[in-house]
Design a protein around this ligand. Structure first.
Ligand SMILES: C[S@@+](CC[C@H](N)C(=O)[O-])C[C@H]1O[C@@H](n2cnc3c(N)ncnc32)[C@H](O)[C@@H]1O
Length: 216
């Protein structure tokens, strides 16, 4: 993101989530002005979930930083009972307007604060590009809070772009992750059970899909 846009949106290291509300409150259902709004499920996630169908009926899923809501709708179509949250209230309102017939529970909430009521509650948790949307100093907290949502034997799917450069506030957003994120999730009681990476990436050097499972 260029300096002018950063200043206009008020991207600040110590108020790291405020600018999302400004961005979404200026957008409409077409997602115009939202840099990451594809208005479709993430292609790598969609391809993976469709190759692993029919095992999800009645299971619970949580979507982190759900944005315009398309990934949550994809999970619902796969049989999950879905909760999806975003820090931006306007994003949540856009999801509800876009998908009035969905059963997905769209909720405004802040991952940075943690959500104790959801600890160990979800069979499947989906994280796409939320960690990299917040300054590097919050990485460990975000990974801890995301991991906490995963039930015993539950799974977490993380899709992220990576870079080898050191992460620094001055260089984002986005603040692409380094590959060490896998170890960080593993130190929160999860184990990597599948990993796929590709040098096809929009912002960084590679796109990673990593599936973790909580060890009971
Ligand atoms: C880069 S966007 C990705 C959105 C969506 N996951 C996607 O792939 O299209 C990051 C999203 O995380 C949300 N977000 C940022 N900080 C958050 C927080 N602390 N709690 C919940 N959502 C957050 C933003 O509002 C935004 O929708």
């Amino acid at each position: 993101m260029d300096e002018k846009t950063k200043n206009r949106l008020g991207v600040e290291e110590n108020k790291p989530t405020d600018w999302f509300e400004k961005l979404y409150s200026e957008a409409n259902e077409d997602g115009e002005g939202i840099p990451w709004a594809n208005m479709a499920p993430h292609p790598v996630f969609k391809s993976w979930i469709r190759k692993n169908p029919n095992t999800h009926k009645g299971k619970t899923a949580l979507v982190i930083g759900c944005g315009m809501g398309d990934d949550a709708i994809e999970l619902e179509s796969q049989g999950f009972k879905v909760t999806a949250f975003d820090v931006s209230n306007s994003a949540i309102e856009l999801c509800k307007t876009r998908f009035p017939n969905a059963k997905v529970e769209f909720i405004q909430s802040d991952l940075l604060k943690g959500i104790p009521d959801w600890n160990r509650k979800f069979d499947f948790v989906l994280e796409i590009y939320t960690i990299q949307a917040l300054p590097p100093k919050y990485e460990k907290t975000l990974i801890k809070h995301i991991s906490d949502f995963v039930a015993d034997k539950g799974k977490l799917l993380v899709i992220t772009e990576t870079q080898q450069d050191k992460r620094a506030f001055e260089n984002g957003p986005p603040w692409l992750l380094n590959q060490e994120y896998i170890k960080s999730f593993e130190s929160c009681g999860l184990k990597q059970i599948f990993h796929l990476s590709s040098t096809e990436a929009e912002m960084g050097e590679a796109t990673h899909l990593t599936l973790f499972q909580r060890q009971a």
